[in-house]
Design a protein around this ligand. Structure first.
Ligand SMILES: C[S@@+](CC[C@H](N)C(=O)[O-])C[C@H]1O[C@@H](n2cnc3c(N)ncnc32)[C@H](O)[C@@H]1O
Length: 220
């Protein structure tokens, strides 16, 4: 499917899938959304510990980069697994220019390393951050009781309804540790009910700019 780079409301860039009119991040601000949903309401629940983190949709690597940066501030040792079926190209990564947007140009090599790291291998990206990118469909995830935190960042239910189902949330539930947390930008009632049906306790939280609410689910 045809992809193009667009600029969002906070000046940061994202990728748009033209045929779907769907973006990798919010048009209201890619970086703002990523920080709000995944860092503020996800990563910041943890401090001075080792965590296993699963990202559903590694995509542009923006979430991985900001998690690397924030993880250092929080004293976290992070084992980060990014699952992605359709990797972005290096050309797209260069155009997105996230280190400049985030004013961390000194981390440029780190971000490149994330993208250049081989698939299906654990790679040390700095002392406290291990990245393993797995190229596969989300439905092929078979881990059990492993993850403390899940970033559920699939495309929206409007375009990929099959990813917001009880089937997929039960895969997430199984992959998470007890008391593990899943965060997503989505807020739809049907999504919340699918999460609850597989056993999650779900709370609605204020959403990022342009969205009233988002969801956070805890494995009980
Ligand atoms: C909203 S984007 C993710 C954005 C990403 N977290 C980032 O920071 O750039 C959704 C991602 O899921 C991937 N994807 C879509 N369907 C998938 C599937 N069934 N299995 C694995 N990856 C899939 C897409 O290629 C895309 O990279």
């Amino acid at each position: 499917m045809k992809r193009r780079i667009i600029t969002t409301a906070d000046g940061s860039k994202t990728i748009q899938i033209e045929d779907w009119d769907e973006q990798y991040h919010s048009k209201h601000g890619a970086i703002q959304e990523a920080y709000h949903v995944f860092i503020k309401h996800g990563l910041r629940l943890f401090q001075n510990e080792k965590i296993d983190l699963l990202e559903i949709g590694f995509g542009t690597g923006l979430n991985a980069l900001i998690t690397f940066l924030e993880g250092q501030k929080l004293g976290l040792q992070i084992d980060y697994v990014g699952v992605e079926a359709y990797p972005v190209s290096m050309d797209e990564v260069m155009q997105l220019d996230y280190c400049k947007q985030l004013e961390v140009e000194n981390q440029y090599q780190t971000f490149l390393e994330m993208h250049k790291s081989p698939w299906e291998q654990k790679v040390e990206i700095g002392a406290d951050f291990i990245l393993e990118k797995q190229q596969k469909d989300f439905k092929e995830i078979t881990d059990e009781n492993l993850f403390n935190l899940v970033y559920f960042d699939a495309f929206g239910a409007r375009v990929q309804p099959e990813l917001w189902t009880e089937d997929v949330f039960s895969i997430m539930y199984r992959a998470m540790k007890s008391s593990g947390v899943l965060v997503t930008y989505a807020a739809k009632g049907s999504v919340r009910r699918a999460m609850q049906a597989v056993g999650f306790m779900v709370e609605r939280l204020p959403g990022p700019p342009g969205k009233r609410e988002m969801l956070r689910a805890v494995k009980s």
